[in-house]
Design a protein around this ligand. Structure first.
Ligand SMILES: [Zn+2]
Length: 354
């Protein structure tokens, strides 16, 4: 019996010790959840579902303006016995919060024309800015784009204002460049028009099919003789009346109107052909020469012809074709040497024609 008593006593003692130990353990430790993010322990909580609700309510949910959402990596829970003083919801929540990141929604305004980028806090602000640029700098092909971006750092108002000013400056410069270019182009166009008007006034080009009626028209009166046709209608004036050059030696007695060989020559006014031949004597340099007498001492001469289509004594009407341009006589290239003479004296044909 004493043996049995000893056994019971021992069992009792062991049970008592286990109970005491358990009690001591429960005083210091308690079952809890270790809260971890990316393997890092952030504290212990008593109830993982309640704690997750706290995270949702206090960390992930936000009404703060400009914040799109709060980024937080996965929170993991593992069941453990934890030292009672370690189980602390509020501290753990603060630790979890410190691992969260505010993600701001911003609107990026960018342009193909600039490296400057503007960030705005709202879509309205972005649209307003873009519309303002388009209105103010209408000549700039801006290709402005608005892109929604999610970023971790809040953009300060100062940064926004500076970026806006920079982009506006870029556009201002572009617009000014375009305006300047347009001005230059406009000025060049005006100059070109003036030049072409000058050329037109000296060329008096008209269509020609070789018939008398289609010769270039002109209208001027000399001693009752009216010049109503241009001797040639398409030409380059190579030497004016009175010019002294090597080819003539003396002041030029007429107008040199350069044109391709064969170009039609018309009578400037109606009259009678008085000479239509290779000139000789004092006028050998004229090559094949046509002289027309218009009456009242007025004559017109057409020199260096390649061919003569009229004969001496023939009456011609104004604009009638009388010959073709050539380079007979003293000529360095095909041209019509045209003279107006009154009583044998030469005058500047440009007083009446060209
Ligand atoms: Zn000449």
């Amino acid at each position: 019996m004493t043996q049995m008593k000893k056994v019971f006593k021992t069992i009792g003692s062991i049970f008592f010790l286990v109970m005491i130990s358990s009690l001591l353990l429960f005083i210091k430790y308690r079952p809890a959840y270790s809260v971890e993010i990316n393997g890092e322990n952030l504290g212990y909580v008593s109830n993982k579902n309640d704690f997750q609700k706290e995270i949702d309510e206090n960390i992930l949910k936000t009404d703060e303006e400009g914040i799109a959402f709060i980024a937080l990596d996965n929170v993991n829970y593992s069941f453990e016995f934890a030292s009672r003083n370690m189980v602390d919801n509020s501290t753990t929540l603060a630790n979890v919060s410190s691992k969260s990141t505010k993600i701001y929604r911003i609107y990026e305004v960018s342009s193909d024309n600039s490296e400057d980028t503007v960030y705005t806090k709202s879509e309205d602000e972005a649209n307003n800015f873009v519309n303002n640029l388009k209105t103010k700098y209408d000549k700039v092909d801006a290709n402005l784009k608005i892109t929604v971006l999610y970023i971790e750092d809040e953009v300060s108002d100062e940064t926004i204002q500076t970026a806006k000013a920079n982009l506006e400056n870029t556009f201002e410069t572009k617009q000014n460049e375009i305006v300047e270019t347009e001005k230059k182009k406009a000025a060049a166009a005006v100059a070109a028009r003036k030049a072409s008007a000058r050329k037109a006034s000296s060329t008096k080009t008209t269509s020609s099919s070789g018939t008398s009626s289609s010769a270039g028209t002109a209208s001027a009166n000399l001693n009752g003789v009216s010049f109503t046709a241009l001797p040639i209608t398409s030409y380059t004036m190579s030497t004016r009346y009175g010019t002294v050059n090597r080819a003539h030696g003396t002041p030029h007695s007429g107008l040199d109107l350069a044109a391709p060989t064969g170009t039609a020559i018309y009578a400037a006014a109606s009259g009678t052909v008085i000479s239509a031949s290779t000139s000789s004597g004092g006028y050998s340099g004229y090559g094949k020469l046509i002289k027309i007498d218009h009456g009242n001492g007025v004559q017109t001469w057409y020199a260096h012809c390649s061919s003569i289509l009229v004969s001496s004594g023939q009456t011609v009407s104004a604009g009638q074709q009388i010959g073709r341009v050539g380079s007979t006589g003293y000529a360095t290239g095909p041209h019509l040497h045209f003279e107006v003479r009154i009583n044998g004296k030469t005058y500047n044909p440009q007083n009446w024609l060209y």
